[in-house]
Design a protein around this ligand. Sequence first.
Ligand code: NCD
Ligand code: ZN
Length: 377
Amino acid sequence: MIKTLVLPLKTSTLHFANVQARKQLMARGAKMELFITQPDDWHLHLRDGDLLEAVIPHSAFHFRRGIVMPNLKPPVKTTAAAVAYRESILKALPANSDFTPLMTLYMTDTTNPEEIKLARESGFVQAVKLYPAGATTNSQDGVTDLFGNCLPVLEEMVKQNMPLLVHGEVTDPGVDIFDREKVFIDTVLIPLIQKLPQLKIVMEHITTADAARFVESCKAGFVAATVTPQHLVLNRNSLFQGGLQPHNYCLPVLKRETHRQAIVSAVTSGSKRFFLGTDSAPHERQRKECSCGCAGVYNAPVALSLYAKVFEEAGALDKLEAFTSFNGPDFYGLPRNTSKIKLIKRRWKVPESFSYASGEIIPMFAGETLDWMPSPV
Ligand code: NCD
Ligand code: ZN
């Protein structure tokens, strides 16, 4: 990563390696710019119809590629459906955008191993998503018994080197919602990697110290995790700050502060096992501000600013680029991007909302001021 400080009233840039020097220059009013390889988003909900049209410009502005989640209504269960969905995403892209959607299939109890072969042959499908039935938004058609119903499919995925992306929470109503990730690790993931040690697994949107530890304990190159901005900057108090805060509600639900700190340490440690996945999950405002609100935080417009803030506060800006732009493609076996983007240390205000044909969407940190501004080079 090339780090530059742009000094006011001068056009020259300074390259620096020394955090202390940077701090001194910043204190004297220098403005900082980071040039990093363009990031990808390895966990993204783009939806469809007019909501897709409303949100895609935000992801396409910041990211070069996105792993697009298949939990539409109806879900994207086949390669044919994924190819059609990809077409509608490409159609909705702003003119001249080079954003590339990477498609996923929604696993059910009846997914056929043949479908995995088709998926691989298509060249468009990069992974298969496991939603335990009932775990989250549009997961009703998900898997009810992974070991009972899905082993042939998982074995085919090993053969095709097709990663399994997991929503890592059990759905047993008897398990406390704050413990569901840990119980999933113990009862599903550990037995799964014992049975199929060659299966590539991404534990999506991890939220706990237990998950960070688990990922670190696995064989390198086979198990990795995505981490969202909200799980790095918020803890569960944010759900109730001054009253119920529906726009901070997502699944897996925010956890206590010690867990937030553990995942910050994991991503800023430089470990290659963690990479950027926003889980940007827009819902129309009325569907969040109602008596039974949907889970999902719309963070695409603010995600990169927040990741930069987290790495800066941890004194680890030199590790940001690997997290945003290298670890993901390396794990998936895809090339790293060659284009760059710039992150400018400049205050900007997050819009209060985004209007579209069917209503409006409220972004994470609506109306608040953030420190880092992403910009094209
Ligand atoms: C996601 C959604 O709305 O599709 N919601 C969320 O809270 N993260 C689904 C998911 O990733 O769990
Ligand atoms: Zn998601």
